[in-house]
Design a protein around this ligand. Structure first.
Ligand code: 5GP
Ligand code: ZN
Length: 113
């Protein structure tokens, strides 16, 4: 299910362009428009899921994490290392309510403190 007012659902539908780095039947990954490091990719499910808290979505959450490994290999950052982030809610700075992993790397990252 895709939502008409969701930016990431629009990207999945091709209504908004993206720089795709990986796709399969369940997952889409594309470059973040405002990267915080040399590699900054967003990995999203191709169904609209708002948050991580629902056990019924456990399979797709696993797919996101496993895909991150595959994408890290594809982008040649698997050996050098990377960070995976999920922002949740206002204090974390979440702006898009369609669950997504940030895959960040390609250079040494600042400590998360
Ligand atoms: P959040 O803060 O919700 O975890 O992260 C949302 C991310 O989506 C941000 O890092 C932001 O730069 C990215 N973003 C917002 N709009 C677009 C867009 O239209 N295209 C792409 N590729 N990334 C976007
Ligand atoms: Zn959506």
């Amino acid at each position: 299910m895709l939502f008409k007012d969701c930016l990431f659902c629009k990207i999945i539908k091709g209504q908004i362009p993206c720089c795709k780095v990986f796709e399969n039947e369940k997952i889409l990954a594309f470059k973040d428009i405002n990267p915080v490091a040399k590699v900054h990719v967003l990995i999203i499910p191709k169904i609209h899921i708002e948050n991580t808290g629902q056990r019924k979505h456990i399979d797709i959450l696993g797919e996101l994490l496993i895909s991150a490994e595959d994408i890290a290999h594809k982008l040649n950052i698997f050996e050098s290392g990377y960070r995976i982030i999920i922002n949740r809610g206002k204090d974390a700075g979440q702006i898009i309510d369609h669950i997504h992993l940030h895959l960040i790397g390609g250079e040494p990252l600042n400590p998360i403190n």
